[in-house]
Design a protein around this ligand. Structure first.
Ligand SMILES: [Zn+2]
Ligand SMILES: [Zn+2]
Length: 341
């Protein structure tokens, strides 16, 4: 083989000897200016059509390297970049590149200016447009949710959305609305809303009902919006409910089950939450009263009625213990029940 330019014999690259080839070839190039898109809402940067939560410096380097045009058959094996701010929106990037082309090793330098441009990423424009696919409705059953309950539930919901967003940035809450009896959270994803509503139901002892409405057709397919109604139980820990006609103290509420204490027998039971949807609270915490103990036998307590101060006898359930000279009681259907503390 010989060089078509200088006629020298030997190995050739694209018909040129090594010297002529290197002299006449640029292996890399870059445009004078490279735009770096940043979302002014979430401050993420777009690199190769993906939105990333990285630092400005990292974004400048990534977008600059991505903009390099490399000659076919060549490869950048190492690069070193120097970034210098010209002004807050323009950055000089000088690049020192080690390139391999076949068995040739070449060094080249490039320069570009990375320009920062503000935009709104598709996710944020959806959020700002209140885009949603699903609603989680949180409701109390008989009474309104307390502010504390609302806050705890919202914090749990928010945490799960944030975790999902770390995996997939398209997971978000676009709207939160206070409504009588609870709140509505508008979510970008049906599957996320489904799993979160189930978790909230489990954790707070509520039932979940799903309903969907056809909103439109897109490319011949039906598009649904799905609503998950999470109805929280009417009872809280430490309250007394009427279950099968007998007062029961709510000991604890776990995912799926609630532990109750039968105030007649002093026996604890675990009930599936699903079977307690209809129970009624008969004494909130502040309705569990103190009664003075007047005397005590093995089976009975003589106490002073907390409302009318008459002396009454109450049978002690198996294993009932109390400290001090008062006990907690509730009065239900004219009967007095001891409430262990
Ligand atoms: Zn030559
Ligand atoms: Zn954004």
């Amino acid at each position: 083989m010989f060089c078509v330019r200088c006629g020298r014999e030997g190995s050739t690259y694209e018909s040129l000897c090594v010297e002529c080839f290197l002299e006449n070839t640029r292996f890399t190039s870059i445009s004078d200016h490279v735009d770096l898109l940043t979302c002014y809402h979430c401050r993420e940067y777009q690199i190769k059509n993906r939105w990333k939560r990285i630092s400005l410096d990292e974004a400048i380097r990534e977008v600059a390297v991505d903009a390099i045009v490399v000659r076919r058959g060549s490869e950048i094996v190492h690069s070193r970049l120097e970034v210098a701010e010209a002004d807050p929106r323009n950055f000089h990037v000088r690049m020192f590149l080690d390139i391999e082309h076949g068995n040739l090793k070449v060094k080249e330098e490039l320069h570009t200016i990375v320009r920062l441009k503000n935009t709104v990423c598709p996710r944020c424009s959806k959020i700002m447009g209140n885009y949603y696919e699903s609603i989680i409705q949180i409701r109390g059953r008989e009474r309104k949710l307390s502010e504390g309950q609302k806050e705890r539930i919202y914090a749990a919901l928010r945490k799960r959305v944030d975790e999902a967003q770390d995996e997939n940035r398209e997971m978000f809450i676009s709207k939160l609305e206070e409504v009588p009896g609870g709140f509505d959270a508008y979510l970008s994803s049906i599957s996320l809303a489904k799993s979160i509503s189930k978790e909230l139901g489990d954790r707070f002892g509520g039932e979940v009902k799903e309903s969907s409405t056809l909103v439109t057709q897109k490319d011949g397919k039906d598009v649904y919006r799905v609503t998950y109604l999470v109805r929280l139980p009417s009872y809280l820990r430490g309250e007394v409910v009427s279950f099968k006609g007998t007062p029961h103290l709510v000991i604890s509420i776990a995912s799926n089950t609630t532990k109750l204490l039968n105030l007649k027998t002093n026996e604890p039971i675990n009930m599936p939450n699903a079977e307690l949807y209809e129970v009624r609270v008969i004494a909130h915490k502040d309705e569990i009263l103190d009664a003075v103990v007047l005397s005590e036998t093995a089976k009975e307590l003589q106490i002073m009625h907390p409302m009318n101060f008459s002396t009454i006898e109450v049978r002690k359930p198996q294993g009932f213990k109390h400290d001090g000279d008062t006990v907690k009681v509730i009065i239900y259907e004219e009967e007095t029940y001891l409430v262990p503390v």
